[in-house]
Write a protein that binds this ligand. Structure first.
Ligand SMILES: Nc1ncnc2c1ncn2[C@@H]1O[C@H](COP(=O)(O)OP(=O)(O)OP(=O)(O)O)[C@@H](O)[C@H]1O
Ligand SMILES: [Mg+2]
Length: 250
């Protein structure tokens, strides 16, 4: 059977910089996959290629056997790819609830929500209920009617993640979700992501520099270094791999 997500021999250069240099990653089953590596390793560029923001110079991306490497971000979103950005993106002037509802409404919604919406009456309140449930899980329910600009940076990151999850993606790529989040919210984020995964096991691919966070969240880790995959393994294996320690110490 075809891999859920297969990244095969992907290369991408920017001028003289080889950001990706023959990256292979095969994801055969749903799970929470951590993607780690030093600054400049190519993690965000790999997300950009998988989500259609950049076109690779070489190689291909396949989702359940289908070549998706040249599709636009919108087409990919309709196939169930969703991401957050390293620099958090929310609509600061809109309320937190509207930020989330926009995530559910936009044209990139997943099939399940489209079906729900076309069922008409009741759909709007179902969406609203779900938005409030997710906001409550990340402790933002009391901010539902306030503009996103009122949130701390860490809270905005949580809002962005909720806005992405409500579209019910099948592949969710989070670029440094824990960055700028205080320790209390970090625990909220950790438990929230695990709960979301338990409710709907999909492919989570999470770029992270916070090692304790990603090692306890993910079941598999992919390590990148200088545009290549250095190694893959369980969090326990990765943490005692001398090649990984060397890559980080540079
Ligand atoms: N649009 C671009 N134009 C030019 N160079 C780029 C561009 N995007 C990325 N790069 C370069 O490609 C390399 C990989 O960058 P990338 O952002 O993918 O790394 P990263 O692993 O996400 O790093 P970090 O952990 O710091 O976010 C870096 O040398 C970066 O400067
Ligand atoms: Mg990055």
């Amino acid at each position: 059977m075809a891999a859920l997500l297969e990244i095969r021999d992907i290369s991408k250069a920017f001028g003289g910089i080889q950001a990706l240099d023959g990256v292979d990653v095969a994801i055969d089953a749903p799970g929470i996959y951590g993607l780690i590596g030093p600054n400049g390793a190519g993690k965000t560029t790999l997300f950009d290629v998988v989500c259609g923001r950049q076109v690779a110079d070489r190689g291909e991306v396949r989702a359940e056997g289908r070549a998706v490497g040249r599709l636009s971000p919108d087409r990919l979103a309709r196939l169930g790819f969703a991401r957050t950005f390293q620099e958090c993106r929310v609509f600061p002037d809109e309320t937190c609830l509207d930020n989330v509802l926009f995530g559910a409404q936009d044209k990139r919604l997943g099939v399940e929500w489209r079906q729900l919406l076309t069922r008409g009456m009741g759909a709007r309140s179902a969406r609203r209920d779900e938005a409030m449930r997710l906001l409550t899980l990340v402790r933002l329910d009391t901010y539902a009617d306030r503009p996103a600009a009122a949130l701390s940076y860490g809270q905005r990151r949580l809002l962005e993640i909720v806005s992405t999850l409500i579209a019910r993606p099948r592949f969710l790529l989070l670029d440094e979700p824990a960055s700028g989040i205080n320790p209390t919210l970090l625990n909220v984020l950790h438990d929230f992501l695990l709960k979301m995964y338990e409710e709907r096991p999909i492919v989570f691919l999470v770029v992270e520099h916070n090692m304790p966070f990603i090692m306890s969240l993910a079941s598999h880790i992919v390590v990148m270094h200088q545009g290549r995959v250095l190694t893959t393994g369980s969090p326990a294996d990765i943490q005692r791999d001398p090649a990984v320690i060397d890559a980080y110490l540079g």
